[in-house]
Design a protein around this ligand. Structure first.
Ligand SMILES: Nc1ncnc2c1ncn2[C@@H]1O[C@H](COP(=O)(O)OP(=O)(O)O)[C@@H](O)[C@H]1O
Ligand SMILES: [Mg+2]
Length: 259
């Protein structure tokens, strides 16, 4: 892990909030996964997304990525609609499960290079700037030595680093990370926390779903308690107050049924 990276990440500052959810409601058939979620994130911040299993964290990310269709409400990224924002590469996403066939013979460098596709023409010819972005991203997550390794030959923590590197290589103003610390060792968690803090210092906005309450203050400037809706959006200290945690974790995790 290096801290002596070049301060190259200068995403075009979007106008307006980095991310805005306006009464976002998502249903799966009769299950209301998100119920009128309002949220605004300012640029250059790390925001934790905290809630029980089934509280709607992954659904929120999927709605921003256009992978699920809202029943109601609106999402904007830097003041523009998600379709245009995604097309321009303004949002990078590290899913909870990568959906990757680990036996497929693909190298670490190639996975990270896919983060550059939005910057390349339809022929996807990598230019020098793409190679530099990939090398820099691998350096940031401490995976340079593994650049030519097959992805299937990595540990779980190393794979997480590679998928974070792919998001970094994209150089998107907004990064969404769905439980990046799940199943990784402490060394990787500490290292990734530092990487994410560095990205925010460079002006990126990060929304990070996490179960790690002990590391919340270290990682985040602010946090959201989610339980199908926003229970609280405040500082990590406010979110960690026992009475507030009880509102999210003490509450029923049963999804609401609607007629
Ligand atoms: N594809 C799906 N079909 C039906 N229900 C789903 C689907 N995905 C998620 N859900 C339900 O939506 C709710 C929120 O799930 P999810 O967004 O995955 O929560 P989290 O990521 O916080 O664990 C849960 O009740 C879950 O069972
Ligand atoms: Mg999830």
């Amino acid at each position: 892990m290096t801290r002596s990276h070049t301060p190259h990440l200068a995403p075009d500052r979007p106008s307006g909030p980095a991310l805005r959810l306006d009464h976002l409601t998502v249903r799966y058939d009769t299950v209301v996964a998100l119920d009128g979620v309002n949220l605004e994130l300012d640029p250059g911040r790390v925001c934790g997304l905290v809630g029980t299993n089934g509280s709607g964290k992954s659904t929120l990310f999927k709605a921003v990525m256009g992978l699920v269709k809202p029943y109601e409400g609106e999402v904007t990224i830097g003041g523009i609609g998600i379709t245009a924002a995604r097309k321009s590469g303004a949002v990078a996403y590290v899913p909870q499960a990568e959906g990757v066939d680990w036996d497929f013979p693909v190298g670490v460098r190639d996975v990270v290079m896919t983060g550059r596709y939005g910057h390349q023409g339809w022929m996807r010819r990598a230019r020098r700037v793409d190679h530099e972005a990939v090398a820099d991203a691998l350096e940031r997550v401490g995976m340079t030595a593994f650049a030519h390794r097959q992805i299937g030959q990595l540990s779980g923590g190393q794979r997480k680093r590679v998928f974070v590197a792919r998001a970094i290589a994209q150089r998107a103003p907004l990064l969404l990370l769905d439980e990046p610390f799940a199943g990784v060792d402490t060394t990787t968690q500490v290292a990734l926390t530092e990487v994410l803090r560095d990205l925010a210092a460079d002006g990126h906005t990060l929304l990070v779903a996490t179960h790690d309450l002990a590391g919340l203050s270290q990682l985040c400037d602010e946090a959201v308690l989610l339980q199908g809706r926003v229970i609280l959006h405040g500082t990590p200290d406010e979110v960690l107050l026992p009475e507030n945690l009880a509102r999210a974790f003490g509450a029923s995790t049963e999804p609401q049924e609607v007629a």
